[in-house]
Design a protein around this ligand. Sequence first.
Ligand SMILES: [Cu+2]
Length: 323
Amino acid sequence: MRTPVKLGAFGLGLAVVFTAALGLGRAVGPAPAPAATHESHSEAGGHEEAATGAVPAGLQVAQDGFRLLPVTTELSTGGARPFAFRILGPDGAPVTRYTTSHDKDLHLIVVRRDLSGFQHVHPTLAADGTWSIALAVPSPGQYRVFADFQPAGHANGITLGVDVPAPGDYQPRPLPAPARTSTVDGYQVTLTGDLTPGGSSKLALSVSKDGMPVTDLQPYLGAYGHLVALRDGDLAYLHVHPDGTPGDGRTPAGPEVTFYAEVPSAGSYRLYLDFQHAGVVRTAEFTAVAGPPAPAPTTSASATSSTATPQPSESGHDADGHK
Ligand SMILES: [Cu+2]
């Protein structure tokens, strides 16, 4: 009889410790930092839940009772064809009322699973709750379609994701190497700042053209730029909030646009900056690495072997963009 009692007591002790750890995690873990972040960037709209929760946005086809249901099951690589989908609510009916965020009721992001072919578009909502837009993708492959929206009356924004194929011969592309500068249509965009896992990272993107800073960016989606970040490996959709709004008296129309990005883990991310100048919206893309690079063997190598040359590890360090 003694043994079972001891086991029982031991089990109870474990349960108490486990519960206490859970309680501690809830009380101390996510609360302070994200709350401060969101208070200081209130224009971000509703993304609070996913920012503080364990699962990043965009990884699920259904969440909080809402479901992304494609009506069109293939993407076109030829001319643009209608792509339609619905958001189903907890009652199973298509959602027809939304809360506007960043100037739109719903943002649709389409990207191939190798992070190429990015598009950020805004479909039209029909009275029956069907969203649609004429869409073509540049090449065959499996695409991830993200719907970023906030149902009316719902406390926070939701980003659902679903895979949709573009039939044909898929030729995957490797993720471009990390870089601080991106060129699009003669515009040069330079990225300053580093992604920090588990925290809010300030990123500044500076736009120039023909060597001259662009100081007359046009508002796009309620800001001077819209930044989407996706994690390499699973396409987790990150929360990136613009700092300031056009006309608030402190936000210049370029050349620099500032964002706060929340990165859930170390790893590689692809950043897509949409900006508008001279009436045209363009997208500048970057690969950025969050967290320290893999431990360099420099210290142990130099300590244990006098023949080891530090050259390779140092150049590898530079290639990661961490100075
Ligand atoms: Cu949008």
